[in-house]
Design a protein around this ligand. Structure first.
Ligand code: SAH
Length: 252
């Protein structure tokens, strides 16, 4: 059996209770060494086989899983954040299906949630944005036609950009081609929830300059949108005059 587990954004106590238990019981752990906090491996079983997938190909990962399965052993495949975002998890699941090896998924806290926590921010502020766009700049991995940042930026919604902090000048330019302006609030969050976390609040017009000054070029998220500003409407859900399925609104 293979368990895909989301490790969370970095802090070792931000893995789920279920994920932690699976990790403690695993005979083999294949972890994404470029981003998973090694502190998470401290509580693995004595004698467990630990492999770093950063140094492996998909084929090699599958070989280890297959060998474990043949011995009736369990493997935890530990992905950073939540594996459903830029996790290259689907290709593993499809190969396991073809091999007849069973698996399950335990989600994790994605880094975009860790970054919001670091900023004490809410992506979906009433009257500001009710949409979060998660995307990335095209790098060595291309993005499909129609998903260019400049096109997504037309909505002026809250945006969380992964895998793009090494391309800040180009990212800034693309974002400015949409609905945002030089004054739109932005932030860079480096290693959210790790001890070395850095939070930089800026405007879109100063994003690249501030990122360069802080020496940030990887393991960071770029957030942009008016959700990082000060103006918003209060929620209807908690408005005394608003009736919900659980509470009758009072006339003011
Ligand atoms: N599945 C992961 C994302 C993997 S892609 C998740 O859900 O978070 C790797 C990218 O995620 C990095 O380049 C960076 O943009 C972002 N990232 C991962 N962990 C991060 C963290 N702790 N702080 C800021 N960004 C992080």
């Amino acid at each position: 059996m293979v368990h895909f587990v989301g490790a969370g954004p970095g802090a070792p106590d931000l893995i789920t209770v279920r994920g932690q238990k699976l990790l403690e019981e695993a005979d083999c752990v294949i972890y994404a060494g470029s981003l998973v906090n090694p502190a998470l491996l401290e509580h693995t079983k004595e004698g467990a086989l630990i492999r770093n997938s950063a140094e492996m190909t998909l084929e090699e990962v599958l070989e280890v899983m297959e060998a474990m399965e043949e011995q009736g052993k369990t493997t935890v495949r530990l992905h950073t954040g939540d594996m459903s975002l830029y996790g290259a998890v689907r290709e593993q699941m499809d190969r396991l299906d073809a091999l007849g090896i069973s698996y399950d998924d335990t989600p994790g806290v994605s880094s975009f949630c860790g970054a919001a926590a670091a900023l004490r921010a809410e992506y979906t502020l009433p009257g500001v944005s009710q949409t979060v766009i998660i995307s990335r700049m095209a790098g060595r991995t291309p993005v499909p036609e129609g998903e260019q940042i400049s096109m997504l930026a037309r909505h002026g919604a809250s945006m969380a950009l992964f895998l793009s902090s090494g391309m800040l000048p180009a990212l800034q330019e693309e974002l400015l081609r949409g609905a945002y302006t030089e004054d739109t609030p932005a932030a860079l969050v480096y290693k959210a929830t790790w001890p070395e976390e850095k939070v930089i609040r800026c405007t879109l017009g100063t994003l690249a300059e501030r990122g360069a000054a802080a020496g940030i070029s990887k393991t960071a998220l770029v957030l942009v949108g008016d959700f990082l500003g000060d103006a918003y409407d209060r929620s209807l859900l908690y408005d005394p005059a608003f009736t919900t399925g659980f509470r009758k609104g009072q006339k003011r």
